[in-house]
Design a binder for this molecule. Structure first.
Ligand SMILES: [Fe+2]
Length: 294
């Protein structure tokens, strides 16, 4: 493991090569000192002649060698102790880090569960507020995800698309029930919905998808009348899924049309209301029998 191959000394990282260099750095100068001292004594012995100095120099040399040995050993033991302390500290820091990461994962999971539950509570409230069409939010989410998968969006983007589609009409909750058939009042729902999402950090990134889900590919939609690729892809997907679900569902002011008729309308509005690439992919989904629930 990484922490076993790395030591530290005085707070600095120290790998095995540095450890060896440090050890040699302590031993080599001392060995050089022994060598020089020996030479010095030999010269002195030659100059001063002899037995007495030879006899007197031996304890000095032995003492010196012993001191050097003790110094080297002390240096090695001190370094080993420091290294062990550093490893122990790194171990406990690693354990603390692992515990923090686990805690963070649990927190994220709890946050995600909360997010899912609140989304479903809100969409249920929304569907009953709209009254006429109880599964609109979940139908649009299902169709959006299938279309997103068809054009190969990655799983993370598909998940955000799923939540944005569930919440796409959330602004309707703030429109008075008596105004739900007033087209001018209804047109405000995408802006109101985006404002609602912007105020919640977990949903902020979904706000643009909701804001633009009624834009048209040719720029004739609302609220900002942007066109083509300027409309977020998620908004174009949700807009198409919502249009299909609305066409094939009966509401108080209009009867449902059947799926082949709805697909013909989508083909007819390709390039005007709908992104042609998405309209084509949606028709292919229908031909492959992938529009049904389940
Ligand atoms: Fe809408």
């Amino acid at each position: 493991m990484a922490q076993k191959s790395r030591l530290s000394f005085s707070g600095q990282p120290l790998d095995q090569a540095s450890f060896l260099a440090y050890f040699l750095g302590a031993v080599v100068p001392l060995a050089a000192l022994v060598y020089v001292t020996q030479k010095y004594i030999e010269v002195a012995r030659l100059q001063e002649g002899l037995e007495g100095t030879l006899f007197q120099s031996r304890p000095f040399i032995l003492g010196l060698i012993l001191s050097i040995g003790v110094l080297s050993l002390a240096s090695f033991l001190a370094l080993r102790r420091v290294s062990r302390q550093a490893l122990a500290r790194m171990d406990s820091e690693n354990q603390r880090l692992v515990a923090l990461l686990k805690e963070n994962e649990e927190l994220q999971e709890a946050q995600r569960n909360f997010f899912i539950h609140i989304t479903h509570i809100l969409t249920s409230a929304l569907d009953s507020h709209l009254g006429y069409h109880s599964d609109h939010s979940s139908n649009v989410a299902r169709l959006s995800v299938r279309l997103g998968r068809r054009i190969r969006l990655d799983p993370e983007r598909l998940e955000r698309l799923h939540f944005a589609a569930l919440l796409h009409d959330i602004g309707m909750l703030k429109i008075d029930g008596t105004l739900l058939e007033d087209k001018r009042a209804l047109r405000k729902h995408s802006e109101i919905g985006a404002e609602m999402l912007e105020s919640i950090s977990l949903w902020q990134d979904l706000a643009p998808f909701v804001l633009h889900h009624h834009e048209w590919f040719d720029g004739n939609g609302y609220p900002e009348e942007i066109e083509g690729e300027a409309i977020p892809l998620e908004s174009r997907i949700i807009g198409l899924a919502e249009a299909f679900d609305s066409m094939t569902s009966s509401v108080s002011y209009k009867a449902a049309i059947d799926v082949p008729q709805a697909l013909e309308r989508i083909k007819g509005s390709s390039g005007t209301q709908f992104d042609p690439r998405l309209a084509k992919a949606f028709v292919e989904l229908a031909e492959d029998g992938e529009l049904q629930p389940g």
